[in-house]
Design a protein around this ligand. Sequence first.
Ligand SMILES: *Cc1c(COP(=O)(O)O)cnc(C)c1O
Length: 255
Amino acid sequence: MAAKATAERILELSQNYAKIAARVTAAATKHNRNPNHIKILPVSKWKPASDIQALYDNDNLRHFGENYAQELVEKAQVLPEDIQWHFIGALQSNKIKDVAGKVKNLYSVESLSEEKKIKKLNDSRQPNWPKVNVFLQINTSSEEQKSGLSYDDKEGVLKQVEFITNQCENLIFKGFMTIGSIEQSKRSDSEENQDFKRLVELKQWLAEQLKLANQDDIELSMGMSSDFEEAIRQGTSYVRIGTNIFGARDYSGKK
Ligand SMILES: *Cc1c(COP(=O)(O)O)cnc(C)c1O
């Protein structure tokens, strides 16, 4: 069991979440999208398990995103087993086993792109456990420090999708994730975020290659606290929200 948050904190989290949910609905309506097709992923990295428990109890949230392997493993041990965890951070090869092998209720990994690591994720998963959904991370901004497959390496992307689909019995290909550049996220309302646009184009291209009747079978995870409304406008399935729900993260004492 996780410790309990204070009444004040519980109220604050619920109010923050309600505000975001209202903004998501408003953005969806404004851009002629069904609000039910947009999922909010609260990103709880560096925040205590009691915060997650509060949103679980009071707002019935079940999906949460974490960035660090050890932090996810520790939280998963003390929090309810029906939470659906999304791993969205950089994942070192030697941590894959922990994430896949210790967190039975791991719903997805959104931050892999290399075949070796994808294979390790698949091989580390117990066959009788729920399969893990994979969002391939795509580098849409061509920034060197960003990980992911380059958005213009279409054949490389297709190769990984086929690898997951045909050779990874414990994984399910779900879609694409991108972070995008800060520069693009700061653009004004009237300007399109080019990174998000590239991810949408990649999805459309893949849907054609796979001859999908419904291209929305490929899901997108893009948009964070500062740019989620633009991501909704462009067609995202998930928005990943940390700061706007949990407040600023305390970077002191972190590497
Ligand atoms: C931290 C993080 C988020 C949430 O960012 P906020 O700006 O706090 O909403 C989303 N996605 C990834 C990959 C992150 O690491």
